[in-house]
Design a protein around this ligand. Structure first.
Ligand SMILES: [Zn+2]
Length: 174
């Protein structure tokens, strides 16, 4: 999915097959990339491969492990410096769905948490300043691919579901 306006492309399942090929093709057309997949080692290998090509594609990597149905789901968001590729931001979190998670809240808990982390990252220049080269990185393009709206909407839904759950608990205990 290309977000034309900002020249950023988000590619999910980017660690292999078609996703990896899309990443190469879009990098070749000058897009900056946001790569998301479960396998961090493969994402990093692909990132290194594309970075070795001519051009100045910016690559951001999101490790999203939705494959684990049992136990905590460890996920992480990592951003690299636009200038020197040093990691300027890493946010690790437990994206384990709520036990009662349903089709409303289950599919994207990691996106919600990630987007909030990115909002924090954007909020202060110090957060985006590279510790290695001092470059002040641009804010993460949340708005360009709809994360801001998604976070607002999902927070509203989450609150509504919580209120219904509480009300149902009240009724069953009365
Ligand atoms: Zn740097």
């Amino acid at each position: 999915m290309a977000t034309g306006a900002a020249d950023y492309a988000l590619i999910t399942g980017a660690s292999s097959g078609l996703g990896a090929e899309f990443a190469r093709q879009l990098a070749g057309r000058g897009y900056n990339l946001i790569l998301a997949a479960r396998r961090e080692d493969r994402l990093e290998a692909l990132k290194a491969e594309i970075e070795a090509l001519p051009g100045s594609t910016k690559i951001e990597v999101i490790v999203s492990d939705l494959s684990t149905e049992d136990g905590p789901q460890r996920e992480a968001v990592s951003l690299q410096c636009e200038e020197c590729r040093e990691e300027v931001f890493k946010y690790e979190f437990d994206a384990t769905p709520h036990p009662d998670a349903d089709t409303i809240s289950h599919p994207f808990p990691s996106l919600t948490v990630s987007a909030k982390a990115m909002t924090d990252y954007n909020s202060a220049t110090a957060n985006r300043t590279c510790p290695k080269c001092g470059h002040v990185n641009a804010p993460f393009p949340l708005r360009d691919w709809g994360w801001e709206a998604y976070v607002d909407q999902s927070a509203t839904v989450h609150d509504g579901v919580g209120a219904l759950r509480d009300a149902a608990g009240q009724l069953s205990s009365d």
